[in-house]
Design a protein around this ligand. Structure first.
Ligand code: FAD
Length: 581
């Protein structure tokens, strides 16, 4: 069933992308001399690395930069360069990059078995190249629960912030949300802050005031270029283990370059040696452990993967924070904005907003994914009738829709720490094919209760004069807004006639993702407190796959912080505090 849905979705996306096909320029000349194509790698006998990091993403880049100060580091990234790609660098192209389904796209679409359309980063800089840019730290209680060293955490966040984080130029839609939140009782106003505190705040962003995106790839410039080698379009297929000793030891990785040629990169041998470090993200890291023979024995044997270590927890505890959004049309075009304001409620519901991502003539020809005001044209068709012809008709009709249909913004709510969890399992042994992922959205009743609370809070915000001022309507009845939101929603979950009569049903049927999925390699189950993979030597996982809960309202700050933090910690372990950076 899942694969039929997946096939249909990809077919539709492919068709729609004809109208606005790949915006990505693919592989452009790297800005930094240490960034090279994977095909430039040649296995010289004796050439080895102290650390091999798999995944040049949100955690992988700051980690590689930090370790390169004292050690020889190889960073292998399956995607291309973010530099020179306007879909990455410009805020106004946020949605176009997500809609790009070409093989060189920085975003790889996948659909969870729940029927929710999702995306994985595939580019140097990872999620920071395709995300909405909002930057906010984790709470002190999150840091305590993770058993992190508070002082080092407080040094690691600013290391990121001084390089790539800005205060936003608050857009009218975001100012209206701020004022609406306060009037609806989500108070106090905490001003501009990175801190995670109850009430309403304006957070940081990785877009500067010109709308230019800064990414984790920029953090590589803080490394030592003489010790750092970054290979693009290097798709790692598996970790190689030496199984002769007391326990398996990671000694190398196998990867293929942009021409499909195979290579093997090896770790330096010797006392106090380094590690292979997986920073391939919440889908990529558990997938690579499984492909390398670490995971539930039974599942590995079904795919004839030689078992290196049985661990039933690999790929388990996958969570995604469900998001539901309310579309509010406006009479005049609204300024484009991604998340700048956030309301943090005591019930564990976060309220955020975006605006204006459909209305430019450039955008009207393009598929907008979940941010489409007009996408209901397609999602209104019952799933059984969604066909290639229906999709073609949709694409034709879209060109003829009145411009007003594209004007408006979303207020969205996401729940913190979902209690509903799921799992990830391999569909095959091809690393380029995303595994099957199930999140079981709202299977826990408390998650549903929090969604209802979130939608009720949005209802209060919509009733305030601040939103009415922008929408041009005195007040929209909630039922009208819910109806429009059902139409504006794009997922493959079957819709019901009582979608707007029951908020519970609305939550279930219009659930989408805010792309904060995490888990699969939990601390205490797959990795220990030092992020070493339990039961094997020379292997760590450092990224969002280790999280039981997503930190702060939005995770990227803490994932980048973690890359820097773990880099410093590893240097201190090997060199002592004084000798580390
Ligand atoms: P990633 O950054 O995804 O890094 C993993 C890297 O590994 C990728 O570059 C990938 O190509 C590479 N890789 C995977 N497999 C392999 C392999 N086999 N070989 C080689 N390389 C491999 N968070 C916020 O805080 N604020 C926001 O506003 C926000 N908005 C978001 C919007 C979108 C559309 C998305 C997708 C995410 C958003 N997030 C946001 C979430 C945040 O960006 C992610 O949680 C975070 O980037 C995850 O970091 P990571 O290091 O775990 O994984």
């Amino acid at each position: 069933m899942a694969s039929i849905k997946q096939g249909l979705f990809l077919m539709i996306l492919l068709l729609l992308s004809i109208f606005r096909s790949s915006q990505g320029k693919g592989f452009t000349k790297p800005r930094y001399p240490y960034i090279k194509k994977a095909s430039s790698f040649s296995s010289v006998p004796g050439e080895a690395y102290d650390y091999i990091i798999v995944g040049g993403g949100t955690a992988g880049c700051p980690l590689a930069a930090t370790l390169s100060h004292k050690f020889k580091v190889l960073l292998l990234e399956r995607g291309g360069s973010p530099y020179g790609n306007r879909n990455i660098s410009r805020l106004q192209n946020f949605h176009i990059s997500l809609a790009d389904t070409s093989p060189s796209s920085p975003s790889q679409a996948f659909i969870s078995t729940d029927g929710v359309i999702n995306a994985r980063a595939r580019v140097l800089g990872g999620g920071t190249c395709i995300n909405a840019g909002f930057y906010t730290r984790a709470s002190p209680s999150y840091v305590n629960a993770a058993s992190w060293d508070g002082q080092l955490v407080n040094e690691s966040y600013p290391w990121v912030e001084k390089r790539i984080v800005y205060w936003p130029n608050v857009a009218p839609w975001q100012a209206a949300l701020r004022d609406g939140l306060l009037e609806a009782g989500v108070s106090p106003f905490n001003g501009y802050t990175f801190d995670h505190i109850y009430g309403t705040k304006v957070g940081g962003t990785i877009f500067d005031r010109r709308g230019f995106r800064h990414t984790a790839a920029d953090l590589l410039a803080a490394g030592n270029p003489n010790n750092l080698r970054v290979l693009l379009r290097a798709s790692v297929q598996k970790i190689v283990f030496d199984t002769q000793g007391r326990r398996p030891k990671a000694v190398a990785v196998q990867f293929k370059d942009e021409n499909g040629r195979q290579h093997q990169a090896v770790l330096e041998e010797g006392a106090g040696g380094g590690d292979v470090i997986l920073s391939a993200g919440a889908i990529g890291s558990p997938q690579l452990l499984l492909l390398s023979g670490i995971g539930p024995k039974h599942d590995l044997e079904k795919l004839r993967i030689p078992v290196v270590l049985h661990n039933q927890h690999v790929g388990k505890g996958m969570s995604d924070n469900p998001m539901n959004s309310i579309f509010i049309p406006t009479k005049k075009p609204v300024r484009q904005s991604l998340i700048q304001t956030v309301g943090i409620t005591k019930m564990g519901t976060f309220i955020e907003a975006s605006s204006g991502f459909s209305q430019s003539s450039d955008s009207i020809q393009c598929h907008h994914g979940i941010l489409s005001a007009e996408i209901g044209q397609l999602s209104a068709i019952p799933p059984a009738q969604r066909s290639l012809e229906a999709a073609q008709k949709y694409a034709r009709n879209k060109q003829n829709l009145p411009r007003e249909a594209f004007r408006g913004g979303f207020i969205l709510e996401k729940i913190d720490g979902p209690l509903s969890t799921g799992e990830l399992s391999l569909l095959n042994t091809d690393v380029d094919c995303s595994p099957a992922v199930t999140f079981n959205y709202f299977s826990h009743p408390y998650d549903l209760k929090r969604c209802v609370h979130g939608i009720r809070t949005i209802e209060k915000i919509v009733r305030t004069k601040h939103i009415a001022k922008l929408s041009g309507a005195d007040e929209y009845p909630m039922e009208v807004l819910l109806n429009m939101s059902v139409k504006a929603n794009l997922n493959l979950v079957p819709k019901h006639t009582n979608d707007t009569a029951s908020i519970q049903q609305f939550c279930r049927d219009t659930v989408i993702t805010i792309w904060h999925y995490h888990g699969g390699c939990h601390v205490g189950k797959v990795v220990d407190n030092d992020y070493r993979v339990m039961g094997v030597a020379g292997l760590r996982v450092i990224d969002g796959s280790t999280f039981v809960n997503s930190p702060g309202t939005n995770p990227q700050a803490t994932v980048m912080m973690m890359g820097r933090y773990m880099g410093v910690k590893i240097l201190r372990e090997r060199l002592g505090r004084a000798a580390a950076v």
